[in-house]
Design a protein around this ligand. Structure first.
Ligand SMILES: Cc1cc2nc3c(=O)[nH]c(=O)nc-3n(C[C@H](O)[C@H](O)[C@H](O)COP(=O)(O)OP(=O)(O)OC[C@H]3O[C@@H](n4cnc5c(N)ncnc54)[C@H](O)[C@@H]3O)c2cc1C
Length: 404
């Protein structure tokens, strides 16, 4: 049986293991952390196309009730002026909505399901390099000196991927996105927003968002602008009190519940810098190594699509490996099916992140232009975003191979 070595147990890793099992490929997952993935970014919006891709490999079940469905976004200015109210996407035929969930829950459920479907997990294994074994297969080397040999090596090791560097030592590093991220969940804190609606505020100095959960709580996040990448450790050195003070300063004079949220948020507050990856030239080596998910095309969190893209990648790669005559053809076919879509999303995420970090002139223009954009989007019922959230995968449909 073909054996795949999957590096990383975040989102792409476990879904790939599940999808490979469906096409008769044995999966071993190697994760560097001792017990599970890095859980930065307490909450994420898992969009309808990601859920669709999970459904393609019968893996959506455990996630359906994990979080809070949402279907609308409304935008206001710092002064509380309404900029627009738009559907998250046009209604899909299957009725699937985006679901706001804890990142830890998403990781846990996907990895539990992959293990239950037969994937073998190896924690505390930091991938460092790959070579060709004497039998021509690929050999992965880990920081503890151990090795593993398989027919395929698939890097699902996230935005700072080591597999990407091994494939192409000249690969560009990730690009800093000029807004930070901080947020979380407040139980027993209600906001005056209709159910399933995300309210987002282009504040005078900071982007701030809040979302009411049906159990009487609120999910929130803020994107403090920061033009230059913070030095290593600078954010983790900030105390809870410093975060709160800074957020209050940034939101000073702005309307809305931001100050109450900042005061009520359970501590300690933790914030992080964010990155994207515009174009990664080399996704595979035409032989037996490939990268997918954030390792190949990370998008700024503002797109709300990174996890969904990783799931789509994992499912489509498994289809390619099933339907193509050999691995190089499968990799070429996968890239031809995915590159355009994911790079478009990275551009979309970058534009969206930059609009949150606009200076005074940019803000003025943004507040003039956005109502027109939102009016148009509301008029077409979110159909302009169907290319994104309307994506559908029919797992049983054969993929047409593209020659390597
Ligand atoms: C603040 C923030 C907010 C976000 N919000 C959203 C959102 O709302 N919606 C959305 O869809 N996406 C969001 N994202 C993006 C989303 O989290 C990622 O796109 C998604 O997690 C990518 O999945 P992945 O499996 O490719 O990588 P990851 O989830 O990063 O997983 C990579 C795994 O590989 C492991 N690893 C790394 N290096 C090695 C190594 N050398 N050896 C072994 N293991 C290794 C890591 O420990 C990790 O477990 C957000 C991201 C951030 C930072």
């Amino acid at each position: 049986m073909t054996e795949a070595l999957i590096i990383g147990a975040g989102v792409a890793g476990p879904v790939l293991a599940i999808a490979l099992q469906r096409v008769g490929i044995d999966a071993h997952v190697y994760e560097r952390s001792p017990s599970g993935a890095d859980l930065r970014g307490a909450w994420l919006n898992f969009q309808a196309n990601g859920m669709d891709a999970l459904r393609a490999v019968d893996a959506a079940g455990p996630l359906q009730d994990l979080g809070y469905p949402n279907d609308t976004i409304s935008f206001i200015t710092g002064h509380g002026k309404k900029l627009g109210r738009i559907p998250m996407a046009a209604p899909r035929r299957d009725g699937q909505l985006s679901v706001m969930m804890r990142r830890a829950d998403l990781y846990r459920e996907l990895n539990t399901l992959a293990a239950a479907r037969g994937a073998r997990y190896h924690y505390g294994k930091e991938f460092v390099s790959a070579t060709t074994a004497s039998d021509g297969r690929v050999q992965a080397q880990f920081a503890d000196g151990s090795t593993a040999t398989g027919d395929l090596l698939i890097g699902c090791d996230g935005i700072h991927s080591t597999v990407r560097r091994v494939l192409d030592p000249a690969a560009r590093a990730s690009r800093y996105v000029p807004v930070l991220n901080v947020g979380g969940y407040l139980p027993d804190f209600t906001v005056d927003v209709p159910p399933r609606e995300f309210r987002m505020q282009f504040g005078t100095r900071c982007f701030f968002a809040w979302f009411p959960t049906p159990d009487g709580g609120t999910v929130w996040f803020a994107n403090p602008p920061m033009a230059h990448e913070p030095e290593r450790g600078a954010l983790s050195d900030m105390t809870d009190a410093e975060w709160r003070k800074w957020l209050h300063q940034l939101m000073s004079g702005d309307a809305g519940p931001a100050h109450d949220i900042i005061d009520a948020a359970p501590g300690p507050m933790v914030g992080w810098a964010t990155y994207d990856l515009p174009v990664v030239k080399r996704w595979h080596n035409h032989r037996n190594q490939i990268i997918i998910g954030d390792a190949a095309h990370a998008t700024a969190p503002s797109a709300g699509q990174g996890a969904s893209m990783s799931v789509e990648d994992a499912v489509i790669l498994a289809q390619c490996l099933r339907d193509c005559p050999d691995t190089p053809t499968a990799f070429t076919t996968f890239e031809s099916l995915r590159r355009r879509r994911v790079e478009k999303i990275v551009r979309h995420g970058h534009r969206s992140a930059n609009s949150k970090a606009a200076g005074p002139v940019g803000r003025l223009l943004r507040d003039l232009i956005l109502p027109l954009v939102f009016r148009q989007a509301a008029k077409n019922g979110g159909r302009s975003m169907m290319w994104l959230q309307g994506h559908h995968i029919d797992f049983d449909k054969a993929i047409q191979p593209v020659s390597a």
